[in-house]
Design a protein around this ligand. Sequence first.
Ligand SMILES: Nc1ncnc2c1ncn2[C@@H]1O[C@H](COP(=O)(O)OP(=O)(O)O)[C@@H](O)[C@H]1O
Ligand SMILES: [Mg+2]
Length: 334
Amino acid sequence: MPRDGQSVLHVQGLKTVFSTRSGDIHAVNRVSFALQPGELLGVVGESGSGKSVTMMSLIGLLPMPPAEVREGSVQFDGHDLLKLGRKELQALRGRDIGFVFQDPMTSLNPVFTVGFQIMEPLRRHMGMDKPAARRRAAELLQLVGISDAERRLRDFPHQFSGGMRQRVMIAIALACDPKVLIADEPTTALDVTIQAQILELVKELRQKLGMSIIWITHDLGVIAGIADRVMVMYGGQVVEYGPVREVFSNPAHPYTRALMTTVPSVRGARAEKLNVIEGQPPILSQHPTACPFCARCPKAFDRCGRENPRRYTVAPGHDTACFWDHETGGARDG
Ligand SMILES: Nc1ncnc2c1ncn2[C@@H]1O[C@H](COP(=O)(O)OP(=O)(O)O)[C@@H](O)[C@H]1O
Ligand SMILES: [Mg+2]
């Protein structure tokens, strides 16, 4: 993984555990990645692979307990976010790091107008007075492609369609001009056409505003369309990481390869559930002493069941946590 002094966000060895009555759940294990300025990092993996918990760990959004970030560091803007207090993190969220979650109906408050909800971070983080915040809120609605913005500020969330509500969420996330936008499956609940429109919007906004984006999805087609780099997660770990073109043309991890075969054609492919890969997802209640994909892996051999692989370099900037790939070069000639 890159160790680059210029990265906006640098996550190193993140480990998050949930303590439950039946024992620990190792939801995120040794996750490392870096986000460059202006980069769009796509994070992909089947449900339960630790994508959301990873991102929520970074910005202190997990309920602690039961969650506990046991190890790691998260460098952002000269600080280790894992060492900040609750108040400091709160100040940073929504100001320096914006986020958008899957379901805009539960993320927007139904009893307040959309205008109020966009103005709220502007007043809280930027100290704007009401008229200034209102002007900026209207600008933001326009920016995300909602017409008649002045009037629509007075509307309530239920007066917007699903796609429009997701645009509003993006407007809120962008309100304070964040350095990083984290979007957790923000288009999953939307139909394909609306999904495509939101993706277009995000591409355009990135061009215009130059922020870095982390985009979580289970849709490899989406990643092919918008991401610069991809991080593939499985069983709470990063199994493959690298530039999109490189990973798509030369996938190293058997899980990534399996993912690619579940998507009919990667370019412009429709969302497909990833769980068509045979076998059960890993049990996260044991400390991982083997490769988490071992039981489902067509390439597994004895070492895979004894040892959890670290990440090996495949090509510059491209790595994978796989003994088979490391020891055979992924049999890439074949
Ligand atoms: N509140 C919780 N209590 C216990 N375990 C949890 C909790 N939230 C998430 N987990 C565990 O963390 C794992 C990763 O979850 P998550 O990050 O939400 O997956 P993803 O976003 O990739 O679908 C899940 O498989 C689950 O076992
Ligand atoms: Mg999730």
